[in-house]
Design a protein around this ligand. Structure first.
Ligand SMILES: [Zn+2]
Length: 79
């Protein structure tokens, strides 16, 4: 439970990365935040429920490519 003032954002809050670090391991590239989120140097995250959030540069690569592939497939199948 967070004892900070003001309180750290919840792990599910949009600004959850603003929580204070309660354990830092820069030699291993990660920190444990007060709300239970593990934050990595590459901006990747592991949430308290075990879900992983990839680094932002990975998200940019994955998200735009999926609709583009679907669009090409749909165009081809209509001809
Ligand atoms: Zn806190």
């Amino acid at each position: 439970m967070c004892q900070h003032q003001p309180r750290c954002p919840d792990a599910m809050a949009p600004d959850h990365m603003a929580a204070r670090a309660v354990a830092r391991h820069p030699e291993q590239g990660w920190s444990l935040l007060c709300n239970g989120v593990v934050s990595f140097d590459d901006m990747g995250e592991v949430l308290p429920d075990g879900r992983t959030v990839p680094p932002p540069h990975d998200r940019k690569v994955v998200l735009p490519s999926q609709p583009r592939v679907r669009y090409v497939y749909n165009t081809y199948s209509m001809q």
